[in-house]
Design a protein around this ligand. Sequence first.
Ligand SMILES: Nc1nc2c(c(=O)[nH]1)N[C@H]1C(S)=C(S)[C@@H](COP(=O)(O)OP(=O)(O)OC[C@H]3O[C@@H](n4cnc5c(=O)[nH]c(N)nc54)[C@H](O)[C@@H]3O)O[C@H]1N2
Ligand SMILES: Nc1nc2c(c(=O)[nH]1)N[C@H]1C(S)=C(S)[C@@H](COP(=O)(O)OP(=O)(O)OC[C@H]3O[C@@H](n4cnc5c(=O)[nH]c(N)nc54)[C@H](O)[C@@H]3O)O[C@H]1N2
Ligand code: SF4
Ligand SMILES: [Mo]
Length: 730
Amino acid sequence: MAVPPNDEARLIERFGPHPQYEPPGGWQDESRRPAEKLVKTHCCFCGQQCGIQLKVRDNRVIGFEPWEEFPFNRGMLCPKGVKRYMQSGHPDRLLAPLIRESSGFREANWDEALNRVASRIREIQERHGPDAVAVYGGASLTTEKAYLLGKFARVALGTRHIDYNGRLCMVSAGVAYKLAFGVDRSPNPWNDIPLADVLLLAGSNVADCSPITTDYIWRCRDRGGKLIVIDPRMTPITRNADLYLPVRPGTDLALFMGMLHVILRDGLEKRAFIAKHTIGFDDVAASVKPYDPATAARITGVPPESIEKAGRWFATCERGFALHARGIEHQSKGVENVLALINICLATGNIGREGAGCVMITGQGNGQGGREHGQKCDQLPGQRSITDPEARRYVARVWGIQPEQIPQAGYSAVEIMEAIHRGEIKALLSICFNPLVSLPDANFTAEALKKLEFFSVIDFFMSETAQYADVILAGSLQEEEEGVVANVEGRVLHIQQAITPPGEARVDSQIICELARRLGHGQHFPFQSPREIFQELREASRGGCADYYGITYEKIDRQMGVFWPCPSEDHPGTPRLFEDGKFFHSDGKAHFMVTEYREAGDPVNEDYPLFLTTGRVVSQYLSGTQTRRIGALVDQYPEPRLEIHPRLADDRGIRDKDWVTVTTRRAEITLQDMVVRTIRPDTVFIPYHWPGRKSANKLTHRTLDPRSKIPEFKVSACNLRKSEGPPEGA
Ligand SMILES: Nc1nc2c(c(=O)[nH]1)N[C@H]1C(S)=C(S)[C@@H](COP(=O)(O)OP(=O)(O)OC[C@H]3O[C@@H](n4cnc5c(=O)[nH]c(N)nc54)[C@H](O)[C@@H]3O)O[C@H]1N2
Ligand SMILES: Nc1nc2c(c(=O)[nH]1)N[C@H]1C(S)=C(S)[C@@H](COP(=O)(O)OP(=O)(O)OC[C@H]3O[C@@H](n4cnc5c(=O)[nH]c(N)nc54)[C@H](O)[C@@H]3O)O[C@H]1N2
Ligand code: SF4
Ligand SMILES: [Mo]
């Protein structure tokens, strides 16, 4: 009997191939065999979107080669990138649609499955109205699929309720950049990072989560640039830091306001820039008055001298550059945290220049492209607002419908789950999203999923959420359908189709178009290929701030990516925004925005005196549906471990590798700890990539940022106790 490919790969990984040993069934490590072809494309995982060459043989991806000419990563890949090929041909791959019967799932043919989905949706909408059905999308989808899904929800289903997993990820940054600059994109290309004099890295574990960005930071350090790191944990990049600010979880806003206080107190602001290019400075200046270093230190736990130093370094250098990620955004004041950081950049004139600016480190593979063309509840293609009458008119014309037929804004991702829980939304169609693992308060999510009258999932693996579905439609891996994505820089890239879906599985876009046809809207979904969808998307985005009109697949290949906006075919694209001093607001100015400090949504008290924060490890990706199936990655980090400081551990009589029960106001889980000196003593950390008894999200809460609607994954109040042993089933 052949050894399953994963285990085989694991053996080779550990011991290397033994010359005399030939396993029954022959060597399964296909990555060592010659390829039929090499396909230049991009990694399916994070927002770095590294260039990679996939080795293809017998309609399977069997390995990879570096793609050294691709400028962003120059051949470098992280541990996930080099193992991503192991998904192809995985024994768990869904090869046909599945329909749930009382005895479990059975395979079905496409006609039966698609008809079942269409008829159940129609029936529920007839009884309860169009908004009784909601759609979940995802930012691992290509931009074509994200666009198609937005149109599908509005045109084929006529529902207000479509949102996506980027609501758990990029939206705080997105709202803040829209408010401050009028556009939701990182304004600088990554080549600017090495040119900075001072880098400020806030709430970002670059070594584990955006590994290629680490290289850009190192290059800056090699040139003599200084690095400031703000994180309750000393993540690996902190070894390269000149200044480390161990912020108490959820208090970054006071820290940023304190820094701006110092800058203004010492008269270090750039008056000429502020006068010429911005509005709103005076109100912001007044709002930071109370945040002297001593006050900010009391709130944040960061020494006042460090706050002074950080403010002065950033303001007095020639080129300051701020980078931020989910650490400051996954908070109920996520938007304000980002705005306060932008206020610092604006006050010091650090924007729109080579080597100076403010960027968000987008997380998901297509985190940028997936949030531009209408799968958000409040958005139409081209980053247009769904409430803007002119935008509705324009997009309706492209879609061949009346503006009134486009539904109004709907609920965001967590709000959709809450509406399901209270019985208002009865049916859900979900693609590229695993909410049972990734939404906060997982027990609540499980209760909600059980209440759905009808639930259908499009995925290539049986995710934990898909186990609740009535119909599972077997969709496609990233390498099975052509399309575009936008990387962390806003550089639009071409994903190549390397293979076709195995078995009866189908490409995602055709599944969506086929559903639209069966719902009676075929005339609006005539697409035979992603290229045809992209042609319509270009038109639909035209004139919006995310203008793709001038981008073609061929141009992307020629230029190795095109930065949007790119309004015409002879336009080269826009790597750096605002260079001409023009911001995207109608007044052409950048807007200072006032922020106001407040407590986190799940405050610590005597019963729950510690901060719990959650995040990632390098070898696992998001809800883990993909990486938990790749043996070589599982070996690197098989289980979630609780990071705890030795002082806190001593205080609770806990030693390294003990079983520890963590409790919050919602639930408790028991897991092994890891005693580390790299975390604040009042804070513990759990990576969130696992379901069930290992689920960090059983512990988290549903408080949302009022504007972005992002959950506060980074701050929960908790308590700990040593457990007698592992939980049952461990
Ligand atoms: N290996 C790996 N890489 C990934 C992903 C993955 O799942 N695995 N996912 C991708 C995606 S979608 C995303 S969004 C990105 C996420 O990338 P990051 O945002 O870098 O990763 P996180 O681990 O979520 O959190 C970042 C840091 O925030 C810190 N933090 C916690 N609370 C606070 C706080 O209150 N203030 C501050 N300043 N910091 C705080 C944590 O200690 C952590 O080091 O990674 C992308 N890359
Ligand atoms: N506690 C805690 N929770 C968090 C976070 C945190 O830091 N802490 N981070 C949040 C963040 S930043 C994010 S981005 C979310 C992510 O959370 P999710 O979006 O739920 O995570 P994924 O693992 O990307 O789930 C995607 C699902 O889509 C499938 N899939 C992937 N690509 C494709 C495709 O091309 N086609 C189809 N049909 N299916 C596909 C995968 O198999 C998987 O089942 O989690 C959030 N949850
Ligand atoms: S850094 Fe991100 S895109 Fe690059 S190889 Fe790793 S997971 Fe893939
Ligand atoms: Mo994310």
